[in-house]
Structure formats: structure tokens, C-alpha cells
Design a binder for this molecule. Structure first.
Ligand code: ADP
Length: 405
């Protein structure tokens, strides 16, 4: 058990993110805001699985067959037993599970019971790639760690407050209702965590702030947050809509799908694969990682240059649109892998937006720190920030709140 400076004991939370072929985990001390240990099991179901466990300042790697999620979690627990920290003495008070789709049902994290499990399963058609492995992770973890409460934290929950005007697609209402077609958003845990952090950094009440948060990772999304409540977000019924992403197209004319079906003979599954895995930066340039993309641009690659231009054009368009949705903008924040690390993307994303009060100071933008920082010039109308996201910590804190610890 972790010990507080006063000598008292406090709990840790095991955070589990169970994907289709991987399980990510972190043992988090939610009070200190630190990861005590973390790791990743990849290539579940393939002949050789890859396991990485980071604890006590060292990294343990294994290549072992991991046929399914149950075995993945067994491997994780055996690494905790072998390498440490010992879960029996680490004071695990809860397991927090990331669940991608909470539909219209969940507007906050909940304690997992049979009804919650059934509902996550029932929502699977809305997130067929995500909810089933999320649920498998929950079921397996409950079996292996039966004595602690399990909490489900939904990626969509923060966006349950979207006004109907933002959440509703303009299609036949009966069809939309029957098939639960609406904007649910995603990355909500990150958008909520970051927008709350911005209020702390600026030392201003969250209730007073009009914010745009740009979560730019391999997946990317924007949100407009008024007074701590999300009022608009770029991901839609699924994470495919919105910004240009590493391998996803983001917004396209829906008629392109009919066109491809009718003229290229592509099936729904093939179009799904095209738009989710072979589009975005990768589709335009062959690379989905910004570090590789910049190298191509520097080498004069035309496709990479176009990819960057398309990415930034879309981003600027969303900043402008969300400024209009909010009416007034106090803070614009970059987060996630690209948002936190790529000064060039940040600078170019706000290029030409100075008339809207949005600009970055080149020196501040180029600087690096581990924590949150302001990158707009002193006295700027809109404060532009870089705030590292921490979804695991947010999930751990949600889990503590749910169990009342
Ligand atoms: P996800 O959680 O969606 O997989 P991350 O938030 O970890 O994504 O972001 C991953 C992406 O961040 C990479 O694909 C890469 O484009 C970008 N990235 C990571 N580090 C850097 C860096 N130092 N400079 C520029 N881009 C980076």
C-alpha cells in the first residue's frame, strides 16, 4: 500500500484499457497523480504476443503466446507478482475500465454490475470494434480480481450534455431513433480532464471559461466546452467523423460511400476499412506518424505536403466553427501525442487566426516542459495552452469517486 507523508495508507487503482488485440494497463496512485506501474500486452490472438511491463524504473519484455484477453490479464497479474509491485500489498481499491461507447445511457462513470455489463453489450452495435473487447476485459478482470469493485468509465459520457442541435443528425427522425443514430463523441475522458486542468492552470473558475480543446493523437478530436460542459465535439456516432487523423478520413461527403459502392464495387466492410485504416495522413502520404511525415515534407514529398495542408486546413476550420459556437473564446488547448509534442503543427494550426485573438508566441511554443504551459503571448485575448492529457489518471480518479474513496 502507498504511504502518505502523514504515514497513513491510501489506495491505488488498476486502470485497464482492453482493445481488440491489446490490453493497456496502469497502476495509478490517484492522490499523487502518478503511475506506480504500467504496461501493454499486444498481438493478442497472434502466434507470438508481446508484453511490456514497466515498474520500479525498469522495463520487462516478454514474447509469449497470448491467445485471448483472459490469458493477457493472467500474464499481467503474473508480472505484477514476479516483478512487482505486489498487487496484494499495493492497496488496490478499484479497477477502472475504459469503455468506448456508453450510448445515451451513461452520463457518468458507474460501478459495474450485471445490468451495466448487459448494457455495454447491448450498445456494441454502435462500437463493434471497441465495446466487445472492453466488456471482455471487464469480465476477465472481475474473475481474476473478484474482491475489488470494478468501475466503467465511458469515453462518451462527457458528451451527454451536448445540446440536441449539436447531437442530432439531420436524417429521418424515426430511422435515427430506431437505430440510435446521433453524435456520441469520443475521447471524452481526455477532453474533460484537460478542460478542468486549464481552469486550474489559469486559476479561473471552470464555470466562467469558454474553451476549445484539440486532442491530437493518432485519433484526433476537437471539443467546445462552455462552463465545464461540452457543447460540441467533432467525433460523431463513431470516432470516424471530424478532424483528419492518422489513418481515418474524418469528415467526407457521405455520398462518396455510395459512389464507391456503386462504381468501385466496394462492400460496406471494404469502405469501413478504407476510411478507418487506409485514409487520413496515411492515405494521403503513406505515413500516419507526424515525425515520419515531417521528414517526408522536408525531403520534398508532394503527398506528405498535401497531407499536412489538408490536416491543418481542417483543424483551422474547426477552430473557427467552435469559436462561433461558443460566441467567445477564452482558452484554446492542444493535447495528446501530436498536440503536446509538435510545435510546427501548433504554430500552423493557428496561422492567420490573430484577427480572432488566437496566436502563439514562437519561443513559448518551441519550449518543452512535462507539465501544462501557456504558449500565447502575454496579454493575448485567447490563452493558448499545451496541457498533457492523462486518461489513466482521470479514469483512476473517476473510479475513486464512484466507490466513494
Ligand atoms: P493514440 O493514443 O491516439 O494512439 P497518441 O496521443 O499517443 O495517440 O499520439 C500518437 C501520435 O503522436 C503519433 O502517431 C505521432 O504522430 C505523434 N507524436 C508522438 N510523439 C511526437 C513527437 N515527438 N513529435 C511529433 N509528433 C509526435
Amino acid at each position: 500500500m502507498t504511504t502518505t507523508p502523514s504515514g497513513g495508507a491510501r489506495g491505488t487503482v488498476l486502470v485497464v484499457n482492453s482493445g481488440s488485440s491489446s490490453v493497456k494497463y496502469q497502476l495509478v496512485d490517484p492522490v499523487a497523480g502518478e503511475a506506480v506501474a504500467s504496461g501493454l500486452v499486444e498481438r493478442i490472438g497472434e502466434p507470438r504476443g508481446a508484453v511490456k511491463h514497466v515498474a520500479h524504473g525498469g522495463t520487462t519484455r516478454r514474447e509469449v503466446p497470448v491467445p485471448d484477453h483472459a490469458e493477457a490479464l493472467r500474464v499481467v497479474l503474473s508480472l505484477f507478482a514476479e516483478v512487482g509491485p505486489d498487487l496484494a500489498t499495493a492497496g488496490v481499491v478499484a479497477v477502472g475500465h475504459r469503455v468506448v461507447q456508453g450510448g445515451s445511457r451513461f452520463d457518468r462513470p458507474v460501478l459495474v454490475d450485471q445490468h451495466v455489463e448487459d448494457t455495454i453489450e447491448e450498445l456494441s452495435p454502435l462500437a463493434p470494434l471497441h465495446n466487445p473487447p472492453n466488456l471482455t476485459g471487464i469480465r476477465v478482470a472481475k474473475e481474476l480480481l473478484p474482491d475489488v469493485p470494478h468501475v466503467a468509465v465511458f469515453d462518451t459520457a462527457f458528451f451527454r450534455t451536448l445540446p440536441d442541435a449539436a447531437a442530432t443528425y439531420a436524417i429521418d427522425r424515426e430511422v435515427a431513433t430506431t437505430y440510435r443514430v446521433r453524435r456520441y463523441g469520443a475521447h471524452g475522458t481526455s477532453h474533460q480532464y484537460v478542460s478542468q486542468k486549464v481552469a486550474e492552470v489559469l486559476d479561473r473558475p471552470l464555470e466562467d471559461l469558454h474553451q476549445i480543446v484539440l486532442h491530437l493523437g493518432n485519433g484526433a478530436s476537437a471539443s467546445a466546452v462552455r462552463g465545464g460542459h461540452a457543447v460540441e465535439t467533432s467525433m460523431g456516432m463513431t470516432p470516424l467523423e471530424g478532424l483528419v487523423m492518422g489513418t481515418r478520413s474524418g469528415d467526407i461527403d457521405p455520398a462518396i460511400m455510395f459512389h464507391l459502392h456503386r462504381n468501385a464495387g466496394m462492400s460496406a466492410d471494404e469502405i469501413d476499412d478504407l476510411l478507418n485504416r487506409r485514409s487520413g495522413l496515411k492515405g494521403l502520404s503513406g505515413e500516419n506518424d507526424f515525425r515520419a511525415l515531417h521528414e517526408l515534407v522536408e525531403a520534398g514529398d508532394e503527398g506528405a505536403n498535401l497531407a499536412l495542408d489538408v490536416y491543418l486546413h481542417r483543424l483551422r476550420k474547426y477552430i473557427g466553427a467552435y469559436h462561433a459556437v461558443l460566441g467567445r473564446l477564452d482558452a484554446l488547448t492542444f493535447t495528446a501525442g501530436v498536440g503536446e509534442n509538435d510545435a510546427l503543427v501548433r504554430a500552423r494550426a493557428v496561422e492567420g487566426l490573430d484577427a480572432m485573438g488566437i496566436e502563439v508566441d514562437p519561443e513559448r511554443n518551441a519550449g518543452r516542459t512535462d507539465g501544462p504551459r501557456v504558449i500565447s503571448p502575454e496579454g493575448a485575448r485567447v490563452t493558448v495552452l499545451v496541457v498533457p492529457t492523462n486518461e489513466e489518471l482521470a479514469i483512476a480518479r473517476h473510479a475513486m469517486d464512484v466507490i466513494g474513496a
